[in-house]
Every structure is written in structure tokens, then in C-alpha cells.
Design a protein around this ligand. Structure first.
Ligand code: NAD
Length: 289
């Protein structure tokens, strides 16, 4: 396939490189001038998408997605598929679907889980929203860049699934960090907390797979001085998106709202550039109020 790829950042560059490695003809563009292995650079976004069978965007936020979509969709070939893999608000995702439909394109919102490691290894999970035909058109590309693609429903459903998942993640990480800190103060060893909880009803990904306590459980950013991994500011971005979505439909999310406040305070003080699991050393330093 001929593929245009817009946004060759931490995630986009390895994703585009994997498509090229699989034998596709990939043309990329990034305002920062970044490139990716095996990918031909275009002078503009429009040049990157002209005549392509599929166009993928991997951009920082919904405003940028709207701007880029408005620029490139009119330049795309009718019948091609537009795939946005960025994490954005549901409204921006739907706006991009509308533009694509008006232009006679197939379109999928397909945010990912798996981080930079998953992007490099081609093991991302894609959460997709759009028509059945759009999903089927994009699926062969998801299969190269990832290990699983779930068709969640119509346009916007992929973003909805992503923010629901990451709202749970933010809440559960804080819960696990609180439990370790409480256990410290009660004189329990962190290893015993892990051994019990990881095989009891408190088990969850934040404890079992991404343990925030250094030296306990499988290797995680805690074992690397809390270098991300998944940065606290990205967790905050996703928690904000979850609250924006909850506001728009009037859904009560009291724990999601509190998790957002806690990550806002963390990022605003000293959490920027640290992994989101560094909530544990932060709590360890805090007094009970
Ligand atoms: P990044 O900032 O490294 O990459 C974004 C790229 O988009 C940058 O290179 C930037 O120059 C480019 N860009 C910005 N405006 C542009 C424009 N108008 N035209 C062309 N290029 C433009 O971010 P990232 O870590 O690669 O994340 C990308 C998206 O994936 C975000 O929405 C993020 O929330 C999501 N995501 C990231 C991770 C992660 O672990 N990094 C995990 C899951 C999802």
C-alpha cells in the first residue's frame, strides 16, 4: 500500500518505520522535521497524503488533529482510509470523521495502548471507532503495528474506550501507591504487599505488571528511577479527556475527577518528566491532612 504518515514523534516514528519494514511505501511529514527509518520525507502534509491508499496521523492533541485533518482530507484520494491514532477528545475525533465522510473517505479513530515500547516492537493495542468497512480497510495496518485491534463501535468509540481504560489506570495506580505507602507506615515489607495483593482481590495491572515500588515485581519504570514509561503529564492529559467526556454526557466520575486533581498537583509541582507511578515516592513524602 501507499501510506502517508503525519506526526513522526515518539510514537509515530517507530509505527511508520514498522509499516515500511513490512514492505509498504510510506511517506511521512512532521512539522519538527523528524524522520523515520525506511520512510520517505515529504515537504508538506498535503504532499505526504496525495494519491495514498491510507493516511495515518499520530499527533499531540485534538486541536492539532482538527487543523491537520482540515488541511489533508481535501487532498486525499476518494475511497482512501484516514486513520487517526492520536489520543484526543471524542468531539475532535468525531469532527475528523465528519470531514472524512464529506470527502468520500473511510475513517477510523484508533488510539493505542502500549507506549513507546509497544510502538517500536509492533505490539500496540488499537481501539477503533468507525464503520465496519473502515475498520476492515485499516485492519492490515493495525496487524503490522500492533498485536490486537478491537472494533469498539462507530466514530469516536475508539477514543471513548481509550479514556475509560486510562481513567481506570490513573485511579488504580493511585490506589496501589496509597496501599504501598500505608503498608510502609504500618511496618509491612513492600515485597509482602506485592506477594499478597498480586494474588488477591486487589490485583490489577498497576500492581502486577507495572509495580510502582522499586525492586518489587517485574521490571518497571520504578526500577529505573521513575524515568517514563508513561509520563505523569500524559496520564494527566488522558484524565482530563475523561473528565471532558464525562461532562459532555453528564456521567458521574468522582474517582476519575479526584485522580485528575491529584495528577494536576503532581505535574504542577515536581512530577513533570517522571513516570506516572512516581506517585508512590510523592505520597511517601506527604503528611496526612
Ligand atoms: P510526540 O510529541 O512525540 O509526537 C507528536 C508529533 O507530532 C511531534 O513530532 C510533532 O512535531 C508532530 N506535530 C505536531 N503538530 C503537527 C502538525 N501540524 N503537522 C505534522 N506534525 C505535527 O508525542 P507521542 O508520544 O508520539 O504521542 C502522540 C500521540 O499518541 C498523543 O496523542 C499521545 O497522547 C498518544 N499516546 C502516546 C503514548 C506514549 O507513551 N508516548 C502512548 C499512547 C498514546
Amino acid at each position: 500500500m501507499k501510506i502517508g504518515f503525519i506526526g513522526l514523534g515518539n510514537m509515530g516514528a517507530p509505527m511508520a518505520a514498522n509499516l515500511a519494514k513490512a514492505g509498504h511505501e510510506v511517506t511521512g511529514f512532521d512539522v519538527a522535521g523528524t524522520t523515520a527509518e525506511g520512510v520517505t520525507s515529504a515537504a508538506s502534509a498535503v504532499e505526504a497524503v496525495q494519491g495514498k491508499d491510507a493516511v495515518i496521523t499520530m499527533l499531540p492533541n485534538g486541536d492539532i488533529l482538527r487543523t491537520v485533518a482540515a488541511e489533508i482530507i481535501p487532498a486525499m484520494r476518494k475511497g482512501a482510509v484516514f486513520i487517526d491514532c492520536s489520543t484526543v477528545d471524542v468531539d475532535s475525533a468525531r469532527a475528523a470523521h465528519d470531514l472524512a465522510a464529506e470527502a468520500g473517505l473511510l475513517s477510523v479513530d484508533a488510539p493505542v495502548s502500549g507506549g513507546i515500547g509497544g510502538a517500536a516492537a509492533g505490539t500496540l493495542t488499537f481501539m477503533a471507532g468507525g464503520s465496519e468497512a473502515s475498520f476492515e480497510a485499516a485492519k492490515p495496518l493495525f496487524d503490522i503495528m500492533g498485536q490486537k485491534a478491537v472494533h469498539c463501535g462507530e466514530g469516536g468509540a475508539g477514543q471513548a474506550a481509550k479514556i475509560c481504560n486510562n481513567m481506570i489506570l490513573g485511579i488504580s495506580m493511585i490506589g496501589v501507591c496509597e496501599a504501598f505507602n500505608l503498608a510502609d507506615k504500618l511496618g509491612l515489607s513492600r515485597q509482602s504487599v506485592f506477594d499478597v495483593v498480586s494474588t488477591s482481590s486487589g490485583y490489577c495491572w498497576s500492581m502486577n505488571a507495572y509495580c510502582p515500588a522499586p525492586g518489587v515485581g517485574p521490571q518497571s519504570p520504578a526500577d529505573n528511577d521513575y524515568k517514563p514509561g508513561f509520563a505523569a503529564e500524559l496520564m494527566l492529559k488522558d484524565l482530563r479527556l475523561s473528565q471532558q467526556a464525562a461532562d459532555s454526557v453528564g456521567a458521574p466520575t468522582p474517582m476519575g475527577a479526584r485522580a485528575m486533581e491529584l495528577y494536576e498537583a503532581f505535574v504542577g509541582e515536581d512530577g513533570k518528566g517522571k513516570d506516572f507511578s512516581a506517585m508512590l515516592p510523592r505520597l511517601s513524602k506527604m503528611a496526612r491532612r
